[in-house]
Design a protein around this ligand. Structure first.
Ligand code: X2X
Length: 337
């Protein structure tokens, strides 16, 4: 921004002091909005969100101040979802699968072994599937989802007891899954005994051996230090997961159009960079985690897919989502049934 004598005078005349030395803004922000999430501050989602918040402060000349509350400081995912819906917080990032408790269609991205790679993921989510899901989130949950979904990643299974090579190894395993019917249904179909636990409780549940295992992308396993309480990591890539950046609708609409434009532009730009961070991390972290003591193995996807098909998983979820939504998904993933 260029500071001219005129803009400085205009600001002073209005009783507003603009830039202080060092780029901080002296006046109180017009809009102080809270953004809460479940991940540690070191995870790329929080790193890029902090950059986004500074960019928003700079570009709005201090009018919008987004304060970030990472790592469940404001509650579990279930609690933060209630807060963003009531207006207790203005922004929240959440997996579509957990959001499905209030917008069922949002779980469709988590169908097991649906997306073969990132190219298919981003074509779908930045394309027609994403447009459909965001419309459903607005209609059913009354939340505004920003256009670009943030990456969580392809998920892998960890355990304190044994490596998982095929679906057979999962039989009877007590495994933590996020609080979501899709996750429970999938892991029941795979023969495990799933326990629905919010992320805020996962480390403690693994440490206490309330559950043997859990599943998450490598970037989360690393950032949340799950390697301290898990021994084996099986590269199953069993589902892709992402975080919708959600806004409370009234809080969003309170922002004047120009500020809304700046915030959405900056949030979507941050998501685009975060996606690259995650792709890189998930490609290189295996080595780091192995150095920290985790034992890795590859898992063959066919046995898992076969077990899920046999259990009626795909047919059941196709019926739940409806054949039109399912056809939109399959346009990007190929035939799933
Ligand atoms: O809860 C999880 O496992 C996490 C961190 O991946 C999500 O937010 C879905």
């Amino acid at each position: 921004m260029e500071l001219t004598r005129r803009t400085v005078l205009a600001g002073a005349g209005a009783g507003v002091i603009g830039l202080q030395a060092g780029g901080a803004f002296a006046q109180k922000a017009e809009f102080t909005y809270k953004y809460a999430n479940n991940l540690p501050p070191t995870h790329p989602m929080n790193v890029r969100a902090r950059e986004m918040a500074s960019a928003v402060r700079a570009e709005t000349r201090g009018r919008v101040d987004i304060q970030i509350f990472p790592q469940n400081q404001l509650g579990s995912d279930t609690e933060m979802l209630a807060l963003v819906r009531s207006g207790g917080i203005e922004f929240f990032t959440l997996s579509g699968l957990i959001l499905s408790s209030v917008a069922p269609a949002a779980a469709i991205t988590g169908v097991g072994f649906a997306f073969p790679n990132y190219e298919a993921v981003w074509s779908a989510l930045d394309g027609e599937l994403g447009t459909y899901i965001r419309a459903e989130i607005l209609a059913k949950a009354d939340l505004v989802a920003m256009d670009r979904i943030w990456d969580n990643g392809f998920r892998q299974i960890t355990s304190s007891t044994k490596p998982i090579r095929s679906a057979e190894d999962l039989g009877g395993m007590k495994i933590r899954v996020p609080v979501s019917p899709m996750w429970s249904s999938m892991f029941r179909a795979l023969g495990t005994v799933p326990a629905s636990i919010n992320f805020s409780e996962v480390y403690a549940a693994l440490q206490a051996k309330t559950v043997e295992g859990q599943e998450n992308p490598l970037a989360v396993i690393d950032a949340a230090k799950l390697y301290e309480v898990q021994k084996y990591c099986s590269l199953t890539h069993h589902m892709w997961d992402g975080f919708w950046f959600l806004a409370n609708r009234s809080a969003w609409e309170r922002l004047p159009q120009d500020l809304r434009g700046i915030v959405s532009k900056r949030v979507n730009a941050a998501a685009t960079v975060e996606r690259i961070d995650i792709a890189i991390l998930n490609a290189i972290l295996q080595k780091d985690l192995a150095n920290k003591g985790m034992i890795f193995n590859q898992a063959a996807p066919d046995s898992f897919r076969g077990r899920m098909r046999q259990a009626g998983f795909y047919a059941e979820w196709k019926a739940k989502f409806g054949s039109q939504a399912w056809a939109t998904l399959e346009r990007y993933t190929g035939k799933l049934i």
